[in-house]
Design a protein around this ligand. Structure first.
Ligand SMILES: [Zn+2]
Length: 111
């Protein structure tokens, strides 16, 4: 379950930012290329956060689409997976412009 490694990185980032403040909620933006399943994410986050300031935090996962651009005809589109070829002209000169994000977007602290 690779979600655990990913959640460990996220909890590390939370700890760096939060210090000793208890965290109530975090929002995490993750590109679809990470193949994160929301349920596995939730469980892994709970495991990774155990014993940290994020232990009781709710984690909100925002999945971002895979964004691609064609180097031949300049078409841009989004997808769930890495596209093999451009849907407009069929070229394989496809560049990924998004989908591998892993961003700790916001932290809310316990009041
Ligand atoms: Zn194209």
């Amino acid at each position: 379950m690779h979600e655990l490694g990913l959640c460990t990185s996220i909890v590390d980032a939370i700890e760096r930012r939060a210090g000793t403040r208890p965290v109530a909620r975090v929002t995490v933006r993750v590109g679809r290329l990470h193949h994160v399943h929301p349920e596995a994410f939730e469980q892994s986050f709970a495991v990774a956060a155990m014993g940290t300031v994020a232990e009781d935090a709710a984690a909100q996962l925002v999945l971002l689409p895979v964004l691609a651009r064609c180097g031949a005809c300049n078409a841009a589109w989004d997808a769930d997976e890495i596209p093999a070829a451009c849907p407009t002209c069929g070229s394989v000169a496809v560049e990924l412009t998004g989908g591998d994000e892993l961003v700790l977007e916001s932290i809310e602290y316990v009041a």
